[in-house]
Design a protein around this ligand. Sequence first.
Ligand SMILES: [Zn+2]
Length: 56
Amino acid sequence: MGSDSRRMCEWNRKKLKKELPDYAESVKDPRYVCEKCIRVAHKKKNICEPLALEKK
Ligand SMILES: [Zn+2]
């Protein structure tokens, strides 16, 4: 067990670099923004306080 490492909010620079392809995939079509950390992600589960972005 441990913390949910799928949450990009908790990723540090080292982790980001390692997971860059995944990260890039997840942010290229952002659907949610984290209200706490101001990160964006395609999947709700990737951030801790997801707020749905409005489709333009
Ligand atoms: Zn967050």
